[in-house]
Design a protein around this ligand. Structure first.
Ligand code: ATP
Ligand code: MG
Length: 219
């Protein structure tokens, strides 16, 4: 055997050996990366179709609405049109709404304070329906490239909007239009219909440590 015996603590490894080790490590890394690149390239080559996507961002962790608004920003950044229907936070201050309205993004928002504050089912349902009517128009407009239906999932949970109507509007929307649905506890039928579904998991949240919502982070 040539070179250094690495198991022998009395024999220090030489600089030449450590150069050799580093070289081997670099080579192995390069081979691994090359294999990975070939696999990724193969998959990229196989993905050739375009399609208006239905995306669902659900789960209990933070980041669902912000992911939705991230896609709205991307759309606007490319000079394409986007519209947002917000099914809960309408009457609240909302940083992304203030910004995106200045960039031509249409917003449909709840007229009332909504649910936990009003505690009036009939009023809440009417407010939800009003936003849904506007959302349906977005879902029929081929000039709108992306529609964000923020917190839509709760409208189905509360039965404020009929599932059949939502499924119908989604399946008959213009070809090529992307739709993002956010909210916890997404109905199974929407998950089945969707092309991309992400479940955001909560590992920890500052609120549980007694920290209130922070401007710019939470709204
Ligand atoms: P965001 O709008 O920040 O992306 P989200 O859409 O994932 O959050 P929602 O369920 O819509 O979450 O709740 C909105 C508000 O509740 C935000 O202020 C958010 O920080 C907070 N929130 C989200 N997840 C949690 C959680 N697991 N525990 C406590 N508060 C949360
Ligand atoms: Mg949200």
């Amino acid at each position: 055997m040539t070179g250094t015996d690495h198991n022998n603590p009395l024999q220090p490894s030489s600089a030449a050996d450590s150069d050799h080790d580093a070289e081997q490590k670099a080579q192995r890394h390069q081979q691994r990366q090359q294999k990975l690149k070939e696999k990724v390239d193969e998959r990229i080559a196989a993905a050739t179709r375009d399609k208006g996507l239905l995306l669902v961002i659900t789960g209990n962790g933070k980041g669902k609405s912000t992911a939705g608004f991230g896609m709205v920003c991307r759309t606007v950044g490319h000079g394409m049109r986007a519209a947002v229907a917000q099914f809960i936070k309408g009457s609240w201050a909302c940083g992304e709404r203030d910004l995106l309205q200045q960039h031509g993004v249409a917003f449909a928002v709840m007229a009332t304070g909504f649910t936990w504050e009003t505690q009036n089912r009939a009023l809440d349902m009417a407010a939800a329906q009003a936003v849904w009517q506007q959302a349906k128009q977005y879902l029929q407009d081929p000039a709108i490239h992306l529609v964000l239906l923020d917190e839509l999932t709760y409208m189905l949970t509360y039965d404020y909007i009929a599932l059949e109507e939502v499924l119908d509007a989604l399946t008959t929307r213009p070809q090529g239009q992307h739709v993002v649905i956010t909210g916890r506890g997404c109905h199974r039928s929407l998950i089945e219909l969707a092309d991309t579904v992400s479940e955001v998991q909560s590992v920890k949240h500052a609120f549980d440590a007694g920290i209130r919502v922070q401007q710019g982070v939470d709204w």
